[in-house]
Design a protein around this ligand. Structure first.
Ligand code: DON
Length: 576
């Protein structure tokens, strides 16, 4: 738990040390957890200025866009899951990027017909039309209490005045340096003094501050029309890409009905398509529900959870895509009956080879994206996951905008059956089409039982889904928010047929028992086929509300040293 700033007039209670208050109808406190302390503080600032969780979400999201260009930003997209305490309604704001009309599949093939990975992940062709700015405007206009300009204020200030570069940002830049430095607009932001950003240096983004200011003043038109739009179009064109002014100005968010199901006394509310995460989560938890996982050995539990992961990812490959373009058999896929059918194919003591349920194998690559979780004093909640896809997205900043464009096009099945950067593949359902949204794994999620509420999510590419699954199982087991964020992680995605883990995620005897059941393990310590998993995954940010004790608490992933979860007690409402 990292406590950085005390806000005047309020008692700041880091994470688990939340104060006890008297009534459980609303928390009388508010809590924010995000991947950067400045974003968490921006959310708290807006809450103390009278905003609600939705205003705070605008502040956190926009500030993350400034301080974590490695992960997300105005040039990307995101999903916001909302819970309105007053109405009890849950909503899902889909601010996912869309495919430009120019992005036909042939543009992503090389002379031999193979997927051109450089085009798919770097520069203008890798970028979809950004959705995040429209998401912020929609959040403020339809759910917030404060004007957009107020909620964007902290982000504008930090973009203008700068923030200290942290190790992950500096290291991420070096990992993507070659691509970033292809583009003059990007060099102009990151090489101001001629050298890459170094830890501790202050990074100022005056162009981004101006873009945010235009968004604050003009709303949707401030980004999708006028000066910013003209610069985005010119920057994409100058690097050989093709976006039209019409498709930029026509970008709209979608409000969708979240997926809702029950697991072991918990109501789970989660992300619908074009996320694959909610359907997969519903499938996995419902497959697992009848088993008393707590009573099993760790090896047995890990085996069953892995088999559930394998089956859900197989369905992801074939059935899921943008519901505005393809018919997703959602009702069937999330039904308990379908889960029961899949469960019946799980052998209690033996791994099912994935090719019994074919495919090629690709290593997982570096990854980034970001998640934040908020509960306000009225009980409103936001789970926001936003992304530019891979580290620093496409690497391209159209000159004069400060907007780093995403490389989300790689989340489409650009070539049928060819794995993307996360090793996941797809077919027709996720083929690119003009205006279509690429399939995502982002899984912002709420869980509610009779005495607890949890808001959770994480980055991690295809592993997002299984990290949220493990987090949900841990909450269901009674773990506190920080333990949920710290939990060791493992993952199976059908293809490649391997159970990947973080370093030391499984004790040696458990790993041996799983191998004996037929699982191929891919761990940082040991990967027989050379596909070593990376040491640490994800950046899970969660807040929870214990309704019986009326306590809010936060869990900020200990893998990320600049993350921050804080709880603030609203003093005037607390009885002595
Ligand atoms: O939407 C998706 O599923 C991906 N673009 C998310 C990328 C991601 O999480 C990268 N990682 N940490």
């Amino acid at each position: 738990m990292k406590t950085r700033h005390l806000l005047l007039g309020l008692l700041l209670l880091p994470g688990l040390l939340a104060a006890k208050v008297t009534s459980s109808s609303r928390p009388h406190q508010y809590a924010v957890a995000s991947a950067h302390y400045l974003a968490t503080d921006a959310g708290l600032e807006i809450l103390t200025r009278g905003g609600n969780a939705f205003d705070a979400a605008v502040a956190v999201s926009a500030t993350l866009s400034v301080v974590e260009p490695i992960s997300s930003g105005l040039g990307g997209g995101g999903f916001f899951l909302l819970h309105e305490a007053k109405s009890g309604h849950d909503r899902f704001i889909d601010a996912r990027e869309t495919a430009p009309a120019s992005a036909t599949p042939d543009k992503y093939l090389d002379a031999t017909g193979a997927l051109n990975r450089d085009r798919a992940t770097n520069g203008p062709w890798s970028a979809g039309i950004p959705g995040l700015p429209a998401g912020l405007v929609h959040l403020a206009d339809h759910y917030g209490r404060l004007p957009l300009a107020v909620s964007l204020d902290p982000a504008i200030r930090i973009a203008r005045d700068g923030f200290p570069v942290y190790a992950r940002l500096a290291n991420g830049y070096m990992a993507r340096r070659e691509v970033m430095e292809r583009y003059s607009g990007t060099r102009g932001v990151f090489l101001v003094d001629g050298t890459p950003p170094a830890e501790g240096e202050v990074l100022r983004q005056p162009d981004l501050a101006r873009t945010l200011t235009l968004l604050a003043e003009k709303g949707h038109d401030g980004f999708y029309k006028g000066e910013v739009a003209a610069k985005l179009l010119a920057g994409v064109k100058a690097e050989g890409g093709e976006w039209s002014a019409q498709e930029l100005s026509a970008y709209r968010i979608r409000e969708r009905r979240p997926i809702r199901f029950e697991y072991d006394g918990w109501q789970i509310v989660t992300a619908p398509p074009p996320s694959s995460g909610g359907i997969a989560l519903a499938q996995m938890l419902q497959m697992l529900e009848p088993w008393d996982l707590k009573a099993l050995t760790q090896a047995q539990r890990t085996h069953l959870v892995t088999e559930a992961m394998r089956r859900a990812f197989r369905d992801r490959t074939f059935y899921l895509g943008d519901p505005d373009f393809v018919k997703v058999p959602q009702r069937t896929l999330v039904s308990p009956e379908y889960a029961a059918g899949l469960r019946a194919t799980i052998h209690p003591g033996k791994a099912t080879p994935s090719d019994m349920l074919s495919g090629s194998q690709t290593p997982l690559e570096d990854e980034d994206t970001t998640h934040f979780s908020i509960i306000d004093a009225e009980g409103n909640r936001v789970a926001g996951t936003q992304t530019v896809n891979l580290l620093f997205g496409s690497g391209l900043i159209p000159p004069g905008t400060g907007v780093l464009l995403n490389n989300e096009m790689d989340d489409f099945a650009l070539k049928s059956g060819t794995p993307n950067a996360f090793g996941v593949m797809g077919y027709e359902a996720n083929a690119p089409q003009p205006g279509k949204r690429m399939l995502s794994s982002m899984t912002p999620t709420f869980m509610e039982s009779k005495d607890r509420v949890a808001v959770l999510g994480t980055p991690g590419g295809s592993r997002i889904i299984t990290m949220v699954l493990l987090g949900a199982l841990a909450y269901a087991d009674g773990l506190d928010a920080q333990s949920v964020a710290a939990l060791p992680r493992y993952h199976h995605q059908w293809m490649p047929d391997a159970l990947s883990t973080e370093r030391n995620a499984l004790p040696a005897d458990v790993a041996a028992a799983l191998r004996a059941m037929g699982h191929t393990l891919n761990t940082p310590e040991d990967a027989p086929d050379g596909r070593r998993s990376s040491d640490a995954w994800g950046n899970l940010q969660t807040v929870s509300w214990d309704k019986s004790g009326n306590l809010l608490s936060t869990g900020s992933d200990p893998r990320n040293p600049v993350g921050s979860g804080k709880v603030i007690e609203v003093k005037s409402k607390v009885k002595p």
